[in-house]
Design a protein around this ligand. Structure first.
Ligand SMILES: *[C@@H]1O[C@H](CO)[C@@H](O)[C@H](O)[C@H]1NC(C)=O
Ligand SMILES: *[C@@H]1O[C@H](CO)[C@@H](O)[C@H](O)[C@H]1NC(C)=O
Ligand SMILES: *[C@@H]1O[C@H](CO)[C@@H](O)[C@H](O)[C@H]1NC(C)=O
Ligand SMILES: *[C@@H]1O[C@H](CO)[C@@H](O)[C@H](O)[C@H]1NC(C)=O
Ligand SMILES: *[C@@H]1O[C@H](CO)[C@@H](O)[C@H](O)[C@H]1NC(C)=O
Ligand SMILES: *[C@@H]1O[C@H](CO)[C@@H](O)[C@H](O)[C@H]1NC(C)=O
Ligand SMILES: *[C@@H]1O[C@H](CO)[C@@H](O)[C@H](O)[C@H]1NC(C)=O
Ligand SMILES: *[C@@H]1O[C@H](CO)[C@@H](O)[C@H](O)[C@H]1NC(C)=O
Ligand SMILES: *[C@@H]1O[C@H](CO)[C@@H](O)[C@H](O)[C@H]1NC(C)=O
Ligand SMILES: *[C@@H]1O[C@H](CO)[C@@H](O)[C@H](O)[C@H]1NC(C)=O
Length: 549
């Protein structure tokens, strides 16, 4: 798979690196022990999903049947790399084209390894720099592929099509749209799909392989890790599949405490900040990106609308339908393994589809949003608490002080932290962290195909994840360094944090970064950004914070 191929290169480049942990006699047999002796999960403090409740909608769909519905079989190592999904080439590409439509689906793309060079660090690798020793990793990751959220465009398209069959003469489709004559809507809502489970399981397997030695820290301390997630069904399953990847089945049930924090309106949850930030749901504040993306789509697909309208009678194809059908391409592929919708669209359509998401996310949750930093502030505070082994004493954000004051629910002094959340929250958090390299080309244009450094499918895809590595590097001063990786791309932080200079590996002194983040926490005005009366407009880089009039 693609991720594995990318990962090989740095390993080869660093083949000469000595394992600094190897202190036993050469050739002797060594072994580690995990879980720590006489530990058990605390099922009283960390009850299961059935006890916690608040699972959200759990609408099931039709069983996939890719073995007979796909036009091609999903061999492993297929060119797309997303085993076992199959996707067609675009309408205007030759059958043997390498054009990878998976990379133009915004937040519906399966995650893939992004190059550090995309953000200006051509020589950086996720592998710890020479002679470095990693002491701590902080993981923030998204659920894998899911069904559409409640009320997303695909089901509305299906309803309009169903309604059209009930009118006089119904509708007739032919040519490229012939399949619509017998198409049905097969997707559920909100739940993880089988491929989504695989993505989180794989993230877990990779995490154990990359950072497993940090579990020795837990063995020494005699405690089990705590992995956090939210109560929505897909979030619980995400954390469980990730844990199954890390620890194995059934071991994950005994070797990690999975903390399910309730996600519902009005409750403080750093993994679901929109539940306590009213402005996040107001059109002129938190969702200016959605409005701008919809406006963009009205002009972007005219040629395709004409072409498809020429192959259907009794149904008027609208720009909203084009987005719905592109989303059906993504969702059916992610959920059912194959979609007949994909080959309806040209390369330009897929690029415009990605732009639609670039606009939406940049202005809803990125630098162009007035409430992104406020929504990411809670995680930012929690990360800093973990960096500094210091409890949060005062917070104006969505931190739940009952949980975070309690060492059972918010342990400090750990070598591994792993929290699962939603893509909007990851991006809010990157914005709160002031990771401005993601947005370095300025505001995303709202009227034309994107040529921005901000590409949604690289930052908010299914399975997207951030690793924050704390590394001891003996030849640097100070030796305690930190860096940020998003989907394997090392993100430069010299522009983000005062006192950091450019470093080819994306490193900066730990204390310098922590001091800058503390300043960032102080400057984010949660109360005003989430509750204030202001109007925001697309086209502006707000650094994620509300404008003052
Ligand atoms: C790594 O350590 C070795 C052995 O001490 C030394 O020769 C080498 O210069 C170090 N590399 C860096 C980049 O400092
Ligand atoms: C069904 O289609 C008819 C004819 O286009 C339209 O008048 C009506 O509003 C539609 N109903 C729904 C529920 O969409
Ligand atoms: C904080 O978390 C506790 C424990 O889950 C919960 O009972 C409480 O309602 C939460 N408080 C807020 C304000 O969200
Ligand atoms: C696309 O079509 C719409 C509706 O017919 C029209 O208003 C708009 O000007 C067209 N845009 C382009 C770029 O052709
Ligand atoms: C929830 O967040 C609000 C806003 O920051 C805060 O006033 C309140 O104390 C928090 N509740 C808990 C239990 O942390
Ligand atoms: C962290 O853990 C180590 C090892 O168990 C212990 O020596 C140290 O006191 C702890 N530090 C804090 C701040 O709890
Ligand atoms: C575990 O790792 C943390 C973070 O690096 C560190 O503070 C702590 O001392 C370590 N504990 C042990 C027992 O080594
Ligand atoms: C898009 O951006 C790249 C990199 O900044 C630049 O080389 C290229 O010329 C730009 N293309 C357009 C059409 O603006
Ligand atoms: C955030 O980054 C911008 C530039 O990238 C910088 O001007 C600003 O000072 C940074 N903010 C903080 C709090 O460091
Ligand atoms: C918000 O501000 C606008 C413009 O100043 C004003 O018209 C409106 O009444 C205010 N709304 C509230 C709830 O204060």
């Amino acid at each position: 798979m693609r991720a594995a191929l990318f990962a090989l290169l740095p390993v080869l480049a660093h083949a000469a690196v000595v394992d600094k942990r190897a202190s036993a006699d050469v050739g002797s047999t060594t072994a580690d022990v995990f879980p720590p002796a006489s530990t058990t999960v605390n099922s009283q403090a960390f009850p299961a999903e059935s006890v916690v409740g608040y699972p959200g909608l759990t609408v099931t769909g039709v069983e996939p049947a890719a073995i007979q519905t796909a036009t091609a079989y999903a061999y492993n190592n297929g060119k797309s790399g997303n085993y076992p999904l199959v996707a067609d080439v675009p309408e205007d590409a030759s059958p043997d084209s390498n054009y990878d439509i998976f990379k133009y689906w915004g937040n519906l793309s399966p995650w893939y390894s992004v190059k550090s060079s995309d953000y200006g660090l051509p020589d950086a690798s996720p592998v710890v720099p020479e002679n470095g020793t990693i002491t701590q990793v902080h993981l923030l990751y998204r659920h894998g592929a899911r069904y559409p959220t409640d009320g997303a465009p695909p089901s509305a398209f299906a309803a309009r099509l169903a309604n059209a069959t009930k009118q006089d003469g119904g509708f007739t489709a032919w040519g490229e749209l012939d399949f619509l004559n017998s198409w049905t809507y097969k997707l559920g809502a909100e739940l993880l799909t089988p491929f989504g489970r695989l993505q989180n399981f794989e993230l877990g397997v990779a995490f154990r392989q990359q950072y497993g030695h940090l579990l020795n820290n837990f063995t020494e301390a005699g405690v089990l890790p705590v992995f956090r997630t939210e109560s929505q069904d897909r979030m619980v399953k995400t954390a469980e599949n990730f844990a199954a990847g890390v620890f194995g089945v059934p071991e994950y049930q005994d070797q990690v405490n999975i903390e399910i924090v309730v996600e519902t309106n009005g409750l403080n949850n750093t993994g679901a900040p929109y539940e306590t930030c009213p402005n996040s749901n107001i059109a002129s504040r938190g969702s200016i990106g959605s409005t701008a993306a919809t406006a963009f789509a009205k002009n972007a697909f005219n040629g395709t609308i004409s072409r498809l309208q020429g192959q259907i009678n009794g149904y008027t194809v609208t720009p909203t339908d084009i987005i719905a059908m592109l989303q059906l391409c993504s969702y059916e592929t992610d959920a059912l393994g194959y979609s007949a919708f994909c080959k309806l669209f040209t390369k330009e359509d897929f690029e415009n589809y990605e732009t639609y998401y670039d606009i939406s996310f940049y202005y809803n949750n990125g630098a162009g949003s007035p409430v992104a930093a406020a929504q990411g502030k809670g995680y930012l505070e929690e990360f800093v608490a973990r960096f500094t082994n210091t409890r949060i004493t005062t917070s104006d954000s969505d931190v739940n002080s009952t949980l975070d004051a309690d060492p059972t629910y918010f342990p400090l002094n750990q070598s591994i932290y792993a929290d699962a959340t939603h893509e909007v929250v990851l991006l809010d958090t990157f914005t709160a962290f002031n990771l401005t390299a993601l947005f370095s080309s300025g505001p995303v244009a709202t009227d034309k195909k994107s040529n921005s450094s901000f590409v949604a499918s690289k930052v908010v895809p299914f399975g997207t994840h951030m690793h924050v590595q704390v590394i001891e590097v003996p030849h640097m001063t100070p030796t305690k360094q930190i860096r940020f990786l998003i989907n394997d791309a090392v993100i430069p932080i010299d522009q983000s944090y005062e006192g950091c200079s450019w470093n080819k590996d994306g490193l900066c002194a730990f204390d310098t970064v922590v001091a800058a983040l503390q300043k960032r926490i102080a400057e984010i005005d949660y109360d005003y950004d989430c509750f204030g009366n202001y109007t925001a407009y697309p086209g502006i880089d707000y650094n994620g914070r509300a404008p003052r009039s």
